[in-house]
Design a protein around this ligand. Structure first.
Ligand SMILES: Cc1ncc(COP(=O)(O)O)c(C=O)c1O
Length: 335
C-alpha cells in the first residue's frame, strides 16, 4: 500500500477553497459546453501577462500542448529533423518527436547541473525543428539565470523556435523576472508553457496553457489544444484559483517548509542534494536506483530514480509534512 506518493510532483496543499467552491457551483450548469468560460479564462491570462488573447492556447494540462508542439514542429521539419534539449530534462515533448520518427540531440548539463547553453547552441543546425528548455528543470530543480537564458532566447529564436517549459516557475522567488514571457513581448519566437498542476494543485483537474506569438499559436493549435478538452468544472476552478494570491503564497510556503525538513533529513544522514527551486528534490543515492525505488516502495513510499553522470539519483516530490516524515523514516532504514 502506498502511504506517501512522492513520484509525480503533485501538490497536496490544494486545490484552494475558492477553487473547490467554484467547482461545486459549476456542476448544475455542466451540461453546457464551457465555451464562454474558456474565453474568459484566456482573457484573464492575457490581461495578467499583458498580451492579446491570440497569444494564448489552452489545454487540459500542459502535457497535451507539449505533445501538440512536438507534432507540429516535427511535421514542419520532416522526419530527418530533431529537437535539441539538455539532458536530463522533462521528456514528454522529446518522447513525442522521437516516437514519430524525429531525432533528439541531447546536451549534457554542466558541472553545476545547469544547462550548457553554448553547447546547446552549437548543436543547432538546419535540421533542428525546436529547442526545448525546461526552467526550472525537471528532474534537477535548478533554475537557469534569467539574464543568460533571455540572451540565449534572443539569439536562438532568430534561428529556431525556443520552447520554455515553465511548469515550476511559480515556486521560484520572482516568477515574473525569471519567466521568458519578456522575450515573447519583444516579438521573439519563444513559446512558454505553464500548468496548473503544480502550485495550483490541479494535476487531476487538468489545466495548462501556452503563450507565444499569434502565428506560432495558430500553427500549434492545428495539432491540438484550444481548450476543447477542458471540462466546465475545471475551467471554473481555474478561474477562481488563478488570481488567488493568498493561496499561491500558502502553497509555496508549505512546500518550502517540507523542503527544509527534507534537506535536514538528508544532511543528518550524510547525503548531498541539489538545492531546488521547485516542489521536488534530486539527490545522489548510494545504491542502485532501481533497487532503491523497490525498497522504498516496500516501505510504502513511491519516488523516482535517475541515472546520469555515472551516478544513481532519487527524485522525491514534496508531499505533506506527514508524508515527508514517512519518507524520512523509510529512507533512514536504507541510508
Ligand atoms: C516540466 C513539466 N512540464 C509539463 C508537465 C505536464 O504537466 P501537466 O500535463 O499536468 O500540465 C510536467 C508534469 O510533471 C512537468 O514536470
Amino acid at each position: 500500500m502506498i502511504k506517501a506518493r512522492l513520484s509525480a510532483n503533485e501538490n497536496p496543499f490544494g486545490p484552494s477553497e475558492k477553487a473547490r467552491k467554484a467547482i461545486i457551483e459549476a456542476i448544475p450548469e455542466s451540461f453546457l459546453y464551457p465555451r464562454q468560460h474558456l474565453m474568459d479564462f484566456r482573457k484573464m491570462i492575457a490581461d495578467e501577462e499583458g498580451v492579446s488573447e491570440d497569444h494564448i492556447l489552452l489545454g487540459a494540462g500542459s502535457g497535451e500542448l507539449l505533445v501538440a508542439t512536438g507534432m507540429c514542429y516535427t511535421f514542419k521539419g520532416g522526419a530527418g529533423s530533431h529537437v535539441v534539449s539538455g539532458d536530463p530534462s522533462y521528456m514528454q515533448l522529446i518522447r513525442t518527436v522521437t516516437q514519430i520518427g524525429a531525432g533528439w540531440e541531447k546536451v549534457p548539463l554542466n558541472k553545476k547541473y545547469d544547462y550548457d547553453l553554448e553547447a546547446m547552441a552549437a548543436r543547432v543546425n538546419d535540421k533542428t525543428s525546436l529547442v526545448y528548455i525546461c526552467n526550472p528543470n525537471n528532474p534537477t530543480g535548478i533554475l537557469t539565470d534569467a539574464n543568460k537564458l533571455s540572451a540565449f532566447c534572443e539569439t536562438m529564436s532568430a534561428r529556431k523556435p525556443v520552447f520554455v517549459d515553465e511548469a515550476y516557475i511559480d515556486y521560484v522567488a520572482d516568477p515574473k523576472k525569471n519567466s521568458m514571457m519578456s522575450c515573447i513581448k519583444k516579438g521573439q519566437n519563444v513559446i512558454v508553457a505553464r500548468t496548473f498542476s503544480k502550485v495550483h494543485s490541479f494535476a487531476g483537474l487538468r489545466i495548462g496553457y501556452l503563450i507565444a506569438l499569434p502565428d506560432t499559436i495558430e500553427e500549434i493549435s492545428k495539432f491540438g489544444g484550444g481548450g476543447g478538452s477542458i471540462s466546465a468544472t475545471s475551467v471554473m476552478g481555474a478561474l477562481a484559483s488563478y488570481g488567488d494570491k493568498d493561496f499561491i503564497k500558502y502553497s509555496v510556503g508549505k512546500n518550502n517548509e517540507v523542503k527544509s525538513f527534507l534537506y535536514k533529513t538528508l544532511q543528518e544522514n550524510g547525503y548531498e542534494y541539489l538545492t531546488s527551486q521547485t516542489n521536488f528534490v534530486l539527490f545522489p543515492i548510494k545504491m542502485d536506483g532501481k533497487r532503491f525505488v523497490e525498497e522504498m516502495m516496500k516501505r510504502g513510499v513511491s519516488i523516482r530514480n535517475w541515472e546520469f553522470e555515472g551516478k544513481h539519483w532519487c527524485r522525491v516530490s514534496m508531499g505533506t509534512m506527514d508524508q515527508m516524515k514517512i519518507f524520512a523514516d523509510a529512507f533512514r532504514t536504507l541510508a
